[in-house]
Design a protein around this ligand. Structure first.
Ligand SMILES: C[S@@+](CC[C@H](N)C(=O)[O-])C[C@H]1O[C@@H](n2cnc3c(N)ncnc32)[C@H](O)[C@@H]1O
Length: 200
């Protein structure tokens, strides 16, 4: 990204380190905007990672955070699917991914067909559910196969209800400014502002 958009910008520094490494983070400093999309829930210590992040936001600064939605028993089932994937030998993994992909596809096909049928019976355009499905696939930005590998193989994997994340960050002196919740297993997206005691 820097090569493409900011190769001549001396103030754009790219460094690499762990969200769990406090010394690294403290050395990095504090920032007006801290953006962490879909990372803290893959560290294995999500709450420690979020706690580390909030300390990197300057007073009055913004924290942008995306955390997997907790779908209760569905999230537990995905956790199991991911654990099994990790235990499989490398050669078997593509077959496992393929089987999961077929199951996901079959479920989506069934839901879309029922939705189309219901629309047909109520004299509405029955192609809308199909078009929605296609649009979702196209906006993802990565090939379906790699998307599936990324999802099934994505580990560690933690989830949280939006209100739990909200309370955790609020109790560390932040105000929620914007929130988009997920209807499925995607991420809930938050924008928090670090309350500035100097600000009137
Ligand atoms: C789903 S990807 C993030 C997606 C990316 N932010 C985006 O918007 O496209 C999860 C990322 O978390 C990173 N990650 C996992 N553990 C980490 C840690 N302890 N510290 C920093 N990054 C970590 C992984 O390297 C991986 O790139």
């Amino acid at each position: 990204m820097k090569r493409r958009y900011g190769h001549d910008n001396d103030r754009w520094r790219v460094v690499s380190g762990s969200l769990l490494d406090r010394t690294f983070l403290e050395t990095a400093g504090q920032f007006d905007i801290v953006y962490c999309w879909g990372v803290a829930h893959h560290t294995g210590y999500m709450w420690t990672a979020i706690d580390n992040l909030v300390h990197r936001v300057k007073p009055g600064g913004i924290l942008v955070l995306a955390i997997y939605n907790d779908q209760l028993y569905i999230s537990r089932a995905w956790r199991r699917v991911k654990q099994i994937y990790r235990q499989l030998p490398g050669l078997v993994r593509p077959l496992y991914i393929f089987a999961i992909g077929c199951a996901v596809f079959a479920k989506r096909l069934a839901v879309t067909s029922i939705a189309s049928l219901l629309r047909l019976l109520t004299f509405r355009n029955p192609f809308v559910p199909l078009l929605n499905w296609r649009a979702e696939t196209q906006t993802r930005g990565m090939h379906g196969w790699y998307d599936l590998i990324d999802w099934v193989g994505g580990w560690p994997f933690e989830v949280a209800r939006p209100e739990v994340v909200f309370r955790f960050v609020r109790d560390r002196g932040f105000t929620l400014q914007e929130l988009t919740t997920s209807v499925g297993h995607g991420c809930n997206e938050f924008v928090f502002k670090n309350n500035d005691p100097e600000e009137k």
